[in-house]
Design a protein around this ligand. Sequence first.
Ligand code: NAP
Length: 309
Amino acid sequence: MSGPHVYDMVVVGGGPGGYTAALYAARSGLDTVVLEKLSAGGQMALTEEIDNYPGFEEGVDGFTLAEKMQRQAERFGARTEYAQVERVDLSAAPKILETSEGTFYAKTVVLATGANPRELGIADENALVGRGVAYCAACDGMRYRGRTVVVVGGGNSAAADALLLSRIAKQVILVHRRDTLRATKVYHEPLMRAENLEFRWNSTVTELLHGDKLTGVKVKNVQTGEETEVPCDGIFISVGRKPATELVQGQLELDESGYVVADETTKTNLPGVYAVGDVRTKPLRQVVTAVADGATAIHMAEEYLVGNS
Ligand code: NAP
C-alpha cells in the first residue's frame, strides 16, 4: 500500500523569495509545491512601484512582478496550492504541514512567510482598519485624496508613505517619537520641501478618536506630556514590521525580534529547513535579497537531499 504523497520541497509563502525557491527547485527536477494563503507576491504585491529591482528600467508594480514570478516557477512544473498553513512539524520525517486544504508531507521545507506591518497596539486599532486605520499608503492612499492624514513612524516606510500621501492628501501630519528621522537621507529634502507636510516631533499617538469612522487622533508630546487632539480622516501606521513566525515558534531558533535565525546559507537549526526573504535575520530586506535567498536555499536543499535520500 502506498503512503501519502511526499514532496521533495514544500515552500510556505508565495512572495519573491518563495517563488524563486520554487523556480530553482522545479528547474532542478524537484517535486515542488508552494503553499500560499491568498495570492502571489506577499508584501511586494502591495508595492505600487518597484524601482530598485534590476531589469525593469522603467520600474514595475509589485503585483505584476509577483504574477510573473509565479508563472515562471509554474512553467517549470512548480505547483501552487492556495492553503493556509495551520500547524507544522518540521522535525518529523517526512516533515508535516497541516493546512486548511489538507496535510502536506515534505522532505525539505522553505519558509518564506515574510513579515507583516507592526501595529501600534492602541485601543480600537484593529476595529478601525479600513475605516481610517491603514498600514500601506501605496495600497490605501488613494482613498484619502484631498483629506487630512496622519503618518506614524520615522523610518524609510514612514518617510516614503508621507511623501506619497503628500501628493494625494490635502494635509499630512508626520508623528514621530524622536526629534530626528531614522529614514535615509534621500527622503529628508523632499519631505522638508512638501508644503502640505507638518512634523510632530517627540510625539506619539495615544488614542484614536472615532464614531463609526476615524475622526482624529490624540497626540502626546513625550517630553512635555501635553496631549492635543488632531482631527484627521486617516492614520497610516508605518512603524516597521514583524516577522510571520508564529507557525514555527518552539521549532526554529528565532532572534529577539522574532526573525528566524539563518545566515546567508538560509539554513535554520533544523536540517532540511530553510528560511528565505524577510522572515530571516539579515541586514537588508528587499525583493532583490529575497530572490537571492530563494536560489541559495535550493542549492542547500539539493545538497541535503543527496545526503538524505
Ligand atoms: P524601521 O526602519 O524599523 O522604522 C520603524 C520606525 O517606526 C522607527 O522610526 C521607529 O522609531 C518607529 N516606531 C517603532 N515602533 C513604534 C511605536 N510603537 N510607536 C511609534 N513609533 C514606532 O521600519 P520601516 O521603516 O518599516 O523599514 C523596514 C525596513 O524596510 C528597513 O530596512 C527599511 O530600510 C526598508 N525599507 C526601505 C524603503 C526604501 O525606500 N528603500 C522603503 C520602506 C522600507 P525609532 O526611530 O524611535 O526607533
